[in-house]
Design a protein around this ligand. Structure first.
Ligand code: PMP
Length: 301
């Protein structure tokens, strides 16, 4: 369970997180228009550091722009706000959540006032994240919203309802998570994670355009290329995925979760050798121990 630090940053000031709220009858709650992004921080030899905070803020501001909210803070301010909440939290490891939301009590579909409030909060986990390989389910009729329905890089609360229902269905079927198909029936992504497969020693992941451009996905691709692992960003048919040698999910909160089985059918080793090597290299980068990846870190103090 994620626990929010006692203080969060709201429109430029630190306030008690318990008192910060969006009104029930406002647009964010009634229409799901709250826009957000989630980054992470970890302990490093120089204290806690945010991982790729600038990329998370850039994606956050892209979502803000797609939904049409008006935010009066620039990227640098939002990165600094994140460093501040991490430093204030006193924690060495956790998540950072940027949110933009409307507080005007106007659930009208297009409210007159689009000026958004912005909150930045640090969160820690009470229980250590589970590390066991996961079982995923794939259903032919559980699909990622097509780009024509909702641009796939929109991180807005309402975009997660379909995936939430699909994940509940997967759990009821005895799996841990679901992998959604795209509109043509190829692999898209999981509700809050991107998907990779290793097939004939090539690292294969669905291309951008129909999925969220995951920052962990991008980091894994950069690391794989630096390690001379062949990479393929291409449509991934379901049958290639279910017979992959290795497969894993990537997300800020995971960051790499090996997949043990798809619809009850075991894959190869979980984690397999390529998954293990990528996991090790990503951990070094996130914890400040990869000299050539220092530009990915923002130190909190
Ligand atoms: N896809 C979706 C739909 C997500 O919500 C997330 C989590 N942000 C991801 C993929 C993984 O992205 P990242 O690696 O940037 O956390």
């Amino acid at each position: 369970m994620a626990i929010t630090a006692p203080l969060l940053w709201l429109d430029g000031t630190m306030v008690e997180s318990k008192t910060a709220g969006a009104p029930l009858m406002g647009h964010a709650a009634q229409r799901g228009s709250l826009v957000f992004d989630v980054g992470s921080f970890r302990t490093t030899p120089r204290g806690p550091a945010l991982f790729r905070a600038r990329d998370h803020v850039a994606r956050f501001l892209r979502s803000v722009g797609i939904v049409g909210l008006e935010v009066r803070f620039d990227a640098e301010t939002l990165v600094r706000a994140a460093a501040r909440v991490v430093a204030e939290s006193g924690s060495e490891e956790g998540l950072v959540r940027w949110s933009a939301f409307l507080t005007a009590r106007e659930p009208d579909l297009v409210p007159r006032d689009l000026a958004a409030h912005v909150a930045v909060a640090a969160q820690t986990f009470q229980d250590p994240p589970r590390r066991a390989p996961i079982r995923v389910a794939v259903f032919d009729d559980a699909r990622k919203a097509a780009p024509e329905v909702l641009p796939p890089d929109t991180k807005a609360a309402g975009a997660y309802l379909g995936p939430m229902i699909a994940r509940k269905r997967a759990i009821a079927a005895g799996a841990d998570d679901v992998v959604l198909l795209d509109k043509d029936g190829d692999i898209a992504e999981a509700p809050i994670a991107n998907v990779f497969a290793v097939i004939d020693r090539t690292l294969w992941t669905p291309p951008l355009g129909r999925i969220l451009p995951g920052i962990t996905r991008d980091s894994v691709l950069a690391i794989a290329r630096a390690m001379s692992i062949p990479v393929r960003e291409d449509r991934l048919p379901l049958d290639r995925f279910t017979s992959a040698d290795e497969a894993f999910l990537t997300a800020t909160s995971l960051p790499i979760a090996p997949i043990a089985s798809v619809n009850g059918r075991p894959l190869g080793a979980a984690p397999g050798p390529i998954t293990t090597r990528l996991t090790e290299q990503l951990a070094l980068a996130r914890s400040g121990q990869a000299p050539d990846r220092q530009e990915w870190l923002t130190y909190a103090r």
